[in-house]
Design a protein around this ligand. Structure first.
Ligand code: FES
Ligand code: FES
Length: 245
């Protein structure tokens, strides 16, 4: 028995003398905790950032917008977008709000002849400009040739993107006639020779149609171009001529 006890004791002592893997891991973890403690304390002691202050809204100011040949005298807070000014203040609901962040083209209007996303610009920046919305494309109640072509070619389904498509295509036709080149133009020094389907697709690429009516939209624009869309003159929407160099 005494021998047996001796053997047991001698085994324990050997185990104590030789650092086991478990003991090593325990001591390493303890060391890591001690090392990280100052950082943890520093994190918890970082003073709280001061609460962000919401700026006071600027008071409304008078803004006169020339839309579709009529002057709208509005009272607008300076951060109101042109899109919201048209829809919510001028009551022109034809221009649609899709993404409200410049990605879909539903809010396209024409300002001084240029297509713009009205959700990305402030109304106060457009005082004195000539703005055309979808409501201004018809003349004396008669649809423009482009609008008629959209109907004839079934170029829409739900119609939500259509006001933006029509404004964009109206400016596109004038841009093409004035000689403005696009990425699809083979020789930009000579300008576009022909309004090909590739030219139309490239120039309309900022206008998304969730219904996928693209083929018919291209056909409608081509038909309006070939038929001579004379209803909206370049000067009416303020297009400048781009003479090829
Ligand atoms: S609503 Fe302006 S680009 Fe989509
Ligand atoms: S017709 Fe529906 S989104 Fe274009």
């Amino acid at each position: 028995m005494a021998r047996d006890n001796e053997c047991e004791h001698s085994g324990d002592e050997a185990a104590l003398r030789q650092p086991s893997r478990r003991r090593f891991l325990q001591s390493a973890a303890a060391a890591a905790t001690v090392g990280a403690a100052p950082h943890l304390r520093a994190q918890t002691e970082t003073p709280a950032a001061p609460a962000a202050r919401t700026p006071e809204p600027a008071p409304p100011r008078p803004v006169a917008l020339n839309v579709n040949g009529r002057t709208y005298a509005l009272q607008l807070e300076p951060r109101v977008t042109l899109l919201d000014a048209l829809r919510e203040y001028a009551g022109l609901m034809g221009t649609k709000k899709g993404c409200d962040r410049g990605q879909c083209g539903a809010c396209t209007v024409i300002a001084n002849g240029r297509r713009i996303n009205s959700c990305l610009t402030l109304a106060v920046m457009h005082e004195g400009e000539t703005i055309t919305t979808v409501e201004g494309l018809a003349t004396h109640g008669a649809l423009s040739p482009l609008q008629r072509a959209f109907i004839e070619h079934d170029a829409f389904q739900c119609g939500y993107c259509t006001p933006g498509q029509l404004c964009s295509a109206t400016a596109l036709l004038q841009e093409f006639r004035s000689g403005a080149a696009s990425v699809a133009t083979a020789d930009v020094r000579r300008g576009p020779i022909k309004l090909s389907d590739d030219e139309i697709r490239e120039r309309m690429s900022g206008n998304i149609c969730r219904c996928g009516a693209y083929a018919n939209i291209v056909a409608a624009i081509r038909a309006a171009h070939e038929g001579g869309d004379q209803n909206v003159s370049a000067t009416a929407i303020g297009v400048e001529r781009h003479d090829p160099a």
